[in-house]
Structures are given as C-alpha cells and as structure tokens.
Ligand binder design. Structure first.
Ligand code: NDP
Length: 449
C-alpha cells in the first residue's frame, strides 16, 4: 500500500471512530481527504500543525428543542441544530435545511463542505449549516410561521451579523427566511442583516433567489469553454424542481441549451424537445406559489411525460445537473450516464454524487464540477447581500449578476490552478485543494486555536 493510501486509511479510521454512524459526514470528509492527501503530506508545516484533523472537528454544535402548535392545536416538538464548523475566514455562513431526513450527520457534511465552498468564493465567510427535521411539506403558512418563530426564539442567541449569518436551503425559501427574520428582529429589537435570502423589500439582494442556479450554469460554461465545448444546443438533464433546479434550467434555456427534465421526490418530467420559457414559468409558479407537485406539468402540457417513481439519469443527454439532494447519483446511475456518453456533470446540489460514482466519472474522463465550486453562486450573492446591508444600499440586478459571473469565473480559475492540469481538468481535486489551502493558511497563522 502506498504511503498516501496508508495515511488516508489511518486518518479515516480515526475520523469514523470519533464520529460513529455519521455516514454522510464520513463521505464528505473522505472526498476532501482523498484529494488533498498527496499535497498535505508534501507540506510539513500544515501537517505538523494537524490542520486536517483540526478542520474536521466543528468549532461547536448547538442542539435545541423546537416546540410549536399545529392548526388543530396539537403540540409538536422537533429538533433544531446549528453546526458552526469553522470561522477562520470570517463569520460563520451557511444555510438552514428543514427536511425530515435532517440529522447531525447531514448537517455536519453540509457544514464541512460549506467551509471549502465559502473559501473558494474569495469572500470572508466561515462555514456553517443548520436546520431541523421539521417537514414544511403539507403544512399551512400559519404552521410554518409558528415553527419558524419558535426555531428563531432559540437560534437568535447563537447568531449575529459578525458571528453567524444563516440563509436558506432545502425547505427554507423566502417565506421561511421572512418568518425567521421577523422573529429575530422582535426578540433582538434591532434591524440587522443577520439572515440572507431576505425579501427584496427588506434588505434582500437582487439575484439572490436565482444565484445558485445561474451560478451553476456560469461555471458550466467556463468548464465547457476550457475544454473547447459550448453550451448552445446541449441536451441537459436536471433533477429537482426547487430553487436551484429551476433557476439552473432558466439560465441554461436562456443560453441556448435544451433542458429535458425536472423532478421531485415523486418522479421526473420529460420534455423530449426541450422545455420552453413558458413551461419554466409555469414550473416557477407551481413550485413557489402553489407548492404543487412536478407531475402537474404533464397534465398541463401534452408534450411532457411524467415518469412516476423514477430518477432522470437514464435520459440520454450531454450534461447532467443533479440539483435535488445528496447521493442522487450512485454507481448504477453513473454507469448509465457514461454508457449514454455524457460529457459533463455539474453539481447544483451538495454532494449529489457518491464516492464510487465520482471514481467512475474520473475513470471515464467525464468533466465533473463538484457542488462546492459549481453551486457557490448562492453563498457568493449572500456575501454581496451582507455588504449591501452593511452599506445600507442595494445594487441593481445587472450589477449583482455581473459580480456573480466574475466570482464564478474566478472559482473556475482557482479549480484549474490547483488541479493536475491534465487534458481533462480534475475539478474535484482542484476545488478541494484550492479551498483547503485558503483556510489552512490563516489557521496556521492563528496558532493553536
Ligand atoms: P428546494 O427545497 O427548493 O428544492 C429541493 C428539490 O429537491 C425539490 O424538488 C425536492 O422535491 C427535491 N428533493 C429533496 N429531497 C429529495 C429526495 N430525497 N429525493 C428526491 N428529490 C428530493 O431546495 P434547493 O433547490 O434550495 O436545494 C437543492 C440542493 O441544492 C440541496 O442539495 C441544497 O443543499 C443545494 N444548494 C442550495 C442552495 C440555495 O441557494 N438554495 C445553495 C447551494 C446548494 P420534493 O419537493 O418532492 O421534496
């Protein structure tokens, strides 16, 4: 066994022992450790200071009870978390996820990824993530409001504009952020930009809603152009129909690509000749306002078919954009995509591709943009929202969009700079090494913190 494999094995053995049963967290750490280990071993200063070991231990995790009442006056108790992972580069920053699958392992994986993602944006933000096992699906607005208010009644003690600034994620959109922000203001008795993704009438930034999806397509364009390809006319398969998926689809269509699919946890819809702008507007309305199911698109449009209980990865395409959730693409799906000659995978979601699937893409020389690079546009515009709040001004749509494009271009360049520069850029390694180095330097400088 090579020295690198031996070190990796021993490091992962220790990590698994210290964090039993946290499989998503193990997976996220292993992906980073695999990429950086050769580089880490070659740098005695980082190694002597145990930077990797220190970076995989969160600064703290706050766990709390969230008691609320249903419309039928039944009492519910959910669990809330905030994982403040690392603030070497700036105040903690990362979303809140409300979904029944949320647990400590999921939030630790997301918080860990967030450190590297925020580092790649070049903005001064540390990594964090939080949320609850609360399921907003099927709940009335009033129920969601009572839950959010109760959640913030505890969380407000642990956050602040210079401490920790949460945002949205799965199950947490503008509605939830507004309720959370309202309660923060009430209990703290002050207006401050403590959450991002706020409504445009109260401190929200232009383009924040679109930023993750748009940013993903900007990154995809950079990646294609670096390999002498172009997005125009490319067939794109997208999973999910939430914030990230819909705005990725919108920008891709705008750029001349053909978006063939969207999905939710019930199945996927397929538009064989590509979705139109009108179809996408219907999807926005359906998901954002009516909180409906994606299958309803097949009822509205004859040219759309709904595939119940299926994921879209068997549809022949040039580009796959997983934009729903973690571990959507495993070995079987990766084989299927490769056998259909996919050109590139661009991750809108966080860790949607398993380790084994990543190895398959790598072996087959498929371009693969990891979420920590490709979906960093959301947090980048959150960073811009903070700057605007601090200066008490708001930039135009064009101005924010321009900054977003520049940030995505820079992230792409950082990934290229730290990859091994072979014929096909290894974006997974490039993103991990570039992200790690930027956090490791201040950690070295701070001494033993
Ligand atoms: P939304 O809640 O807006 O949408 C999530 C979508 O994914 C829905 O269509 C949902 O379907 C689907 N989905 C969720 N869980 C599953 C599952 N287990 N199986 C199948 N489908 C599922 O979330 P976002 O669009 O905001 O987030 C999507 C991904 O992007 C996440 O991984 C998130 O961490 C990541 N991300 C989000 C950012 C943001 O700015 N919002 C920033 C960076 C990353 P259904 O309605 O049926 O549950």
């Amino acid at each position: 066994m090579s020295k690198i494999r031996k070190e990796l094995k021993s490091f992962m053995h220790g990590l698994k022992k210290r964090n039993p049963g946290e499989y998503e967290f193990h997976q996220a750490v292993e992906e980073v450790a695999e990429s950086i280990m050769p580089w880490y071993l070659a740098h005695d200063d980082y190694r002597d200071a145990q930077i990797l070991e220190r970076l995989t231990e969160p600064d703290r995790i706050v766990i709390f009870r969230v008691t609320w009442e249903t419309d039928n006056r039944e009492i519910r108790a959910n669990r809330g978390w905030r994982v403040q992972f690392n603030n070497a580069l700036g105040p903690y920053k990362g979303g809140l996820r409300f979904h029944p699958t949320v647990d400590q392992s999921v939030l630790k994986f997301l918080g860990f990824e967030q450190i590297f993602k925020n580092s790649l944006t070049g903005l001064p933000m540390g990594g964090a993530k939080g949320g609850s096992n609360f399921n907003p699906k099927g709940k009335s607005d009033r129920e969601v409001m009572r839950f959010c208010h109760s959640f913030m009644t505890e969380l407000h003690r642990h956050i602040g504009e210079d401490v920790d600034i949460p945002a949205g994620d799965i199950g947490v959109g503008t509605r939830e952020i507004s309720y959370l922000f309202g309660q923060y203001m009430r209990v703290e008795n002050r207006w401050t930009g403590v959450l991002t993704g706020k409504g445009s009438s109260f401190g929200g930034s232009a383009v924040r809603n679109e930023a993750t999806g748009y940013g993903c397509v900007y990154f995809l364009e950079e990646m294609l152009s670096k390999h002498n390809e172009d997005i125009v006319g490319k067939k794109i398969v997208i999973s999910g129909s939430g914030n990230v998926a819909r705005f990725a689809a919108e920008k891709a269509i705008d750029k001349g690509a053909k978006v063939l699919t969207l999905s939710d946890s019930d199945g996927f819809i397929e538009a064989k000749s590509g979705m139109t702008e009108g179809m996408l507007n219907f999807a926005h309305e359906l998901k954002e306002k009516k909180r409906g199911r994606i299958s309803e698109m097949a009822k509205k449009y004859k040219s759309i078919t709904f595939h119940k209980g299926k994921s879209p990865w068997g549809v022949k395409c040039d580009i796959a954009m997983p934009c729903a959730t973690q571990n959507e693409i495993d070995e079987k799906e990766a084989q299927l995509l490769c056998s259909n000659n996919v050109l590139a995978i661009c991750e809108g979601a966080n860790m949607p591709v398993t380790t084994i699937a990543t190895h398959i893409f790598n072996k087959n020389k498929i371009l693969h943009a990891p979420g920590k690079a490709a979906n960093a546009g959301g947090v980048a515009v959150s960073g811009l929202e903070l700057s605007q709040n601090e200066m008490r001004l708001s930039w135009s749509h064009e101005e924010v969009d321009e900054r977003l494009q520049k940030i995505m271009k820079d992230i792409h360049s950082r990934c290229v700079e730290y990859s091994d520069n072979s014929e096909i850029i290894n974006y997974v390694d490039g993103a991990n090494i570039a992200g790690f180095k930027k956090v490791a330097d201040p950690l070295l400088a701070y001494g033993l913190v």
